[in-house]
Write a protein that binds this ligand. Structure first.
Ligand code: PRX
Length: 655
């Protein structure tokens, strides 16, 4: 958990960036925004920002730990994100400037185009029996048809779960089975760094383990041959052939505020991912409101780019639902930042005149490593605001981002939130907040956060402890799908009626928040949450592994890197090949993002006398730190041996 030196570093960070007069005078957020009572704030945002088929009668209901928002209200997410903009005469406005990974593959999709695409595809889905309540899994890359598929589901009232295209067949089938998905939407292959990623092939493997999926829809993307299962698999273009695309042919289903909108699976402290439940009205209000104030969105003039993947919560909230609800013009990019060269992002910023860029510290650190010359090749003067999300941003990366990308002029919003919170919770408001490199600063208006000590006392300015959220917010998770017990235990058992986020935090004398990373067995690799237990179970699933313990060490680019300590069965020998085999096995079980950077083979793991693996010690070893208290170890010599092996193998097995 919280490293003492991290706290010291932050105490030393004294640079301040007050808002410029110029930004402040045009900002969506006004200084008085924090003074409004939270009910009045959300009541107004709910009424004015969304279009309701039937107005809500009650703002919220809080029966801890269960909240409901905008009770009695009826609305449709697709109507709010698409139809109403067309009806208001903004059909010709660009919703997405899409850019494929291959050079020259560009498409600008207007709101009217988007409506036609969504309606046609929703009509096609109806032929497969998709209707209100039908659970749909989506496994795609960053193509325009991904938001089309999501919006078509919401139009019909069918809840979706999007599974990141880098996940394995097992991860896909686990999620689809948990949600009881009946239909899967995928594509033949996806482009990534010039190679074709075989999504349909993985989907086939997943479907053989997910018998509930009775039909699949396959988008033709690369055009390479893929196997099609007669009667089950349908080509996207064939299925929608002849389907009408006028809005009236497929009206938006009126949904209750509290109807399920989607599940997003995320790692917790056990091997089984949690299906985080997000519902309709509160989620949409939360993401649209935060998107408007935090990104200072001017839909008439801004070109907004969130460079995340739609397969994660950031993409759901801040590529698809928030921006579209606000009528934004966004950039959608299929590929990686270094393809064909390391200036690809900056070329995109220049081409579209991007004004707002939202990305993760791990990406910023990669660009830092490559050097500022790639950014310098392009005109980035259109940028007026930068954002960061996914992990704590170190002050060095913050300053680099501002200087080399933001021309030393743009504010940076460091936004703290989670899959569970649905929307940004702690963040500066550009034009209002004085920025501090490395601090996410203040709770968003209408949000109440605090830092508690072990016993549940507020630590107050200057103190460090656990980050908590003290009252419900519109986009909060409504639970863990089919697992109320786990929901209550994970978030609500540490403190009474207060949400425990699982992050360490410090609060300074100005009452600004500094996030210090996870305090549980969840790792954060390149802004992605991976549980130590999940990787451990993937490792012990391998026939040669007797026991495994997983921890992480700091990494200059990815934030954290996974380190695994593995005891092999006596029938197997440690070798470089074995190491590679184990890494591949983890990639196959979970996905390439979960591959350990290092694997240390050891005859034994350090355990307490009661048999509990001492991960803290392993972490000390992984980070080359002096070992903490070893007195509770059953066999203290074990750890010395591991230390020796770790030193021997360090670097040799680096990814
Ligand atoms: O540890 C925090 C870190 O990411 C976790 C949430 O991960 P996930 O649900 O995958 O969502 C990521 C995108 C919202 C948090 O518990 N985290 C996220 N943003 C920040 C952060 N840590 C510090 N500063 C941030 N801005």
């Amino acid at each position: 958990m919280t490293e003492p030196h991290a706290i010291e570093t932050m105490l030393l960070e004294e640079r301040r960036y007050p808002p410029s007069e110029e930004f402040a005078s045009q900002a969506n957020a006004r200084p008085g925004i924090y003074d409004e009572p939270f009910e009045a704030f959300w009541e107004r945002e709910g009424r004015e920002r969304l279009t309701w088929f039937e107005p809500f009668s009650e703002l919220y209901e809080w029966k801890p730990p269960y909240a409901k928002w905008f009770l009695g209200g009826k609305l449709n997410v697709c109507f709010n994100c698409v139809d109403r903009h067309v009806e208001a005469g903004n059909g010709e406005k660009v919703a997405f400037h899409w850019e494929g990974e291959a050079a020259g593959e560009l498409r600008s999709i207007s709101y009217a185009d988007l409506q036609r695409d969504v309606v046609r595809f929703a009509n096609a889905l109806k032929k497969l029996g998709v209707r209100k309540g039908t659970p749909v899994a989506i496994y795609m890359g960053m193509v325009p048809e991904l938001p089309v598929a999501m919006l078509a589901c919401t139009r019909l009232g069918a809840p979706h779960t999007v599974i990141f295209g880098g996940f394995s067949a097992d991860s896909l089938s686990d999620r689809a089975n948990d949600m009881e998905c009946e239909v899967l939407i995928t594509q033949d292959e996806a482009w990534r760094r010039g190679t074709a990623v075989p999504l349909k092939k993985v989907a086939d493997e997943a479907m053989s383990a997910a018998p509930g999926i009775r039909a699949s829809v396959v988008l033709r993307r690369t055009g390479n041959d893929v196997a099609m299962h007669e009667g089950r698999d349908h080509w996207w273009h064939e299925l929608e052939e002849g389907e009408p695309d006028d809005a009236a042919s497929c009206p938006c289903e009126p949904m209750d505020s509290e109807d399920l909108l989607f599940l997003m699976y995320t790692s917790g402290t056990t091997a089984k991912p949690k299906g985080i439940v997000h519902t309709t009205g509160g989620y949409l209000c939360g993401v649209a409101t935060t998107h408007n104030y935090i990104f200072d969105l001017k839909p008439e003039s801004d070109v907004y780019w969130c460079a995340a993947d739609i397969g994660w919560i950031t993409g759901h909230s801040y590529i698809v639902y928030g921006p579209l609800c606000n009528g934004a013009t966004s950039v959608l990019y299929e590929g990686t930042p270094d393809f064909p060269d390391k200036d690809r992002w900056w070329e995109i910023v220049e081409r579209y005149g991007v004004t707002i860029l939202y990305t993760a510290p791990t990406a910023i650190r990669s660009h830092m490593k490559w050097g500022p010359e790639y950014a310098q090749k392009h005109d980035l003067s259109s940028l007026r605001l930068l954002g960061s999300v996914g992990e704590p941003i170190n002050p060095e990366a913050w300053i680099w981002y501002r200087e080399h990308i933001g021309g030393d002029r743009t504010p940076i919003v460091d936004t703290w939130w989670q899959t569970e919170t649905g929307m940004v919770m702690i963040t500066p408001l550009p034009g209002v907040t004085t920025l501090k490199p490395g601090s996410a600063t203040k709770p968003f208006p209408g949000v109440s956060a605090g830092v508690f000590d072990e016993r549940g006392n507020e630590v107050g300015p200057g103190g460090g402890g656990y980050l908590v959220l003290k009252r419900p917010w519109p986009a909060m998770l409504r639970g863990i799908f089919k697992d109320p017990k786990r929901y209550e235990e994970t978030y609500w058992s540490k403190y009474e009626n207060v949400y425990f986020a699982g992050d360490g935090a410090r609060i300074d004398r100005d009452e600004d928040f500094w996030l210090l990373g996870r305090v549980d067995d969840v790792m954060n690799v390149s802004g992605h949450r991976i549980s130590t237990i999940e990787v451990e179970s993937a490792l012990v699933d391998h026939q040669d592994v007797a026991e495994a313990a997983v921890t992480s060490r700091k990494d200059a680019t990815t934030g954290e890197a996974i380190v695994a300590y593995v005891t092999l069965k006596s029938s197997a020998e440690p070798s470089v090949e074995k190491l590679q085999e184990l890494r591949d096995h983890v990639a196959k079980k979970i996905g390439p993002i979960a591959k350990p950077a290092n694997i240390v083979f050891t005859p034994e793991l350090p355990k307490t006398r009661s048999g509990k693996i001492m991960r803290r010690l392993l972490r000390d070893v992984a980070e080359n730190r002096p070992l903490g208290d070893t007195t509770t170890l059953a066999d203290p010599t074990v750890v010395n041996e591991i230390q020796q092996r770790a030193e021997d193998e360090q670097g040799a097995d680096e990814a």
